[in-house]
Design a protein around this ligand. Structure first.
Ligand SMILES: [Fe+2]
Length: 384
C-alpha cells in the first residue's frame, strides 16, 4: 500500500503562545485581519485579549463574534461576504472547532464564489484564500491542525466537510492557558472527541504508521490526564498535556481519517442536537470492538495504551471485548452518560442506522457492515 502523508500545520505551543498572535500575523504580512470567535469567548474576556494583541501589532481588525455551533453554511457565506467587502488579508480564529471551522469555510469563499456546498469534499483546484492563524480554546477537535471543516448544510439538513489546502491553517498557537476555564462537562466531551479521533484513525481503512505513532501517544496522555483535567480544571500540566494530545490526535486523523464512531456521532448529533464530543462518545466502545475483527493488532495496541496487557493468544473477539470494556469504563469515569440516561428514545436511536451508512466516514470503516449491524451496535450502547 502506498501511503500519502499529508498536512501538518506549523505550531507554537506553550503557556502564553496565544499572545504571539499579533507579532505572528504581522510577520505573515497581514494588515487587516478577520477575527472569528463565539459569544462565550467574549464573555470570558479571551476574545478581547486576542483582538487587542493584534491591534497592538499595528494590524486592523474586523470582528465576527457570533459563531454558532456546527457552523451553518448560510452563516459562513454571510461572514465570507463581510470578509470580501472589508478586503481582509488574514484570518485569526479563536475558539473551539466551530470557530476554526467557520474560519476555514470563510477562507474557502474568499476567492471562490458561494454557495459553499458546491465545494464539499476534498478539493485541490480552488483558488487559495489568505493566511490563517488558529488558536484553539478546547482540547478536542484538533481542527487547528487538520485540513477539513465540518459545515452544516441547511438545505440538506446534514453536515458535510470542505477539505483541502484552503482549509489548512498557516500557524496554530497552542496555548493551554486558554483552556483553564473550560467547564468540566466540556472538558470531558471534547477530551473524548480527541480520544475518538485517535482510536478511530488507528482502526479505519487508512491506518498508517505515522498516524499510529501520533495516536498512541495521544491515547496514553488522554488516559492519564483527562480525568485530572476533568476533576481539576486549573491543573495547568493536565491542560497542557490535553491540548497537546488533542493536536497529536488531530494530526493523526488528518492522515488516517475517522470512521464509524464519527458517522454515528454525526447522525446522533443531527437527530438529537447534542455536542459533537458527546455524540462521538456514545457508541465508540462498540465501534472499536467491531473493528477488532480486522484490526485486532491495533485494537490490542489501544488496550495497551490504556495500560492493559493483552494475552498473546487472545482471539479478536476477546481483544474487541477488552477494548469495549476499557473504553466504556474510561468514558464513564468522566461522567459521560449513555443514551438511556440522556433520555433518548430507543426506537429513534435505532432509526438513525441508515443515516449512519450514508455518512462520508462510513466509507473509511475497516470492513463492510449492514445498517442492521449498525442498529445492533446502537442497541448495545443504548444503556451500556
Ligand atoms: Fe471529532
Amino acid at each position: 500500500m502506498i501511503t500519502n502523508y499529508d498536512v501538518f500545520v506549523p505550531a507554537l505551543m506553550g503557556s502564553g503562545a496565544s499572545l504571539r498572535v499579533g507579532m505572528k500575523a504581522r510577520a505573515l504580512g497581514c494588515r487587516k485581519v478577520l477575527v472569528v470567535h463565539d459569544q462565550g469567548l467574549k464573555d470570558v474576556g479571551i476574545a478581547d485579549i486576542i483582538i487587542e494583541n493584534i491591534q497592538a501589532a499595528g494590524i486592523e481588525t474586523v470582528v465576527f463574534g457570533n459563531v454558532l455551533a456546527d457552523p451553518p453554511d448560510i452563516l459562513v457565506e454571510e461572514v465570507a461576504e463581510l470578509a470580501r467587502n472589508e478586503k481582509i488579508d488574514g484570518i485569526v480564529a479563536v475558539g473551539g472547532g466551530s470557530s476554526i471551522d467557520t474560519a476555514k469555510g470563510v477562507n474557502t469563499l474568499i476567492n471562490n464564489p458561494p454557495p459553499i456546498l458546491q465545494y464539499f469534499g476534498y478539493r485541490t483546484d480552488l483558488k487559495p484564500g489568505v493566511p490563517m492563524i488558529f488558536i484553539p480554546t478546547t482540547s478536542g477537535t484538533g481542527s487547528e491542525v487538520t485540513n477539513m471543516a465540518v459545515i452544516s448544510c441547511t438545505s440538506r439538513g446534514n453536515k458535510d466537510s470542505v477539505m483541502g489546502p484552503h482549509c489548512l491553517g498557516t500557524l496554530a498557537l497552542i496555548d493551554p492557558d486558554l483552556t483553564l476555564g473550560l467547564p468540566a462537562k466540556m472538558t470531558a466531551a471534547t477530551g473524548i472527541d480527541a480520544l475518538a479521533h485517535a482510536v478511530e484513525c488507528m482502526t479505519g481503512g487508512q491506518v498508517n504508521p505515522l498516524s499510529d505513532a501520533l495516536a498512541k501517544e495521544a491515547i496514553r496522555d488522554i488516559v492519564k490526564w483527562l480525568p485530572i483535567a476533568y476533576k481539576d480544571g486549573s491543573n495547568l500540566e493536565a491542560r497542557e498535556k490535553m491540548i497537546n494530545a488533542s493536536m497529536f490526535a488531530g494530526m493523526a486523523f488528518s492522515n488516517a481519517l475517522v470512521h464509524l464512531g464519527h458517522s454515528i456521532g454525526h447522525s446522533l448529533g443531527a437527530t438529537f442536537h447534542i455536542p459533537h464530543g458527546l455524540a462521538c462518545a456514545l457508541v465508540l466502545p462498540e465501534v472499536i470492538e467491531y473493528s477488532a475483527k480486522s484490526e485486532w493488532k491495533n485494537v490490542a495496541m489501544i488496550c495497551e495504551c490504556f495500560g492493559e496487557k493483552v494475552q498473546e493468544d487472545a482471539t479478536w473477539e476477546e481483544i474487541g471485548a477488552l477494548a469495549n470494556k476499557l473504553l466504556r469504563e474510561f468514558i464513564k469515569s468522566v461522567d459521560i452518560p449513555n443514551m438511556k440516561e440522556l433520555g433518548f428514545d430507543l426506537e429513534k436511536v435505532i432509526a438513525i442506522a441508515p443515516m449512519v451508512t450514508g455518512d462520508a466516514g462510513f466509507a473509511i470503516a475497516p470492513y463492510r457492515i449492514t445498517a442492521a449491524k449498525v442498529a445492533s451496535m446502537l442497541q448495545a450502547a443504548f444503556d451500556a
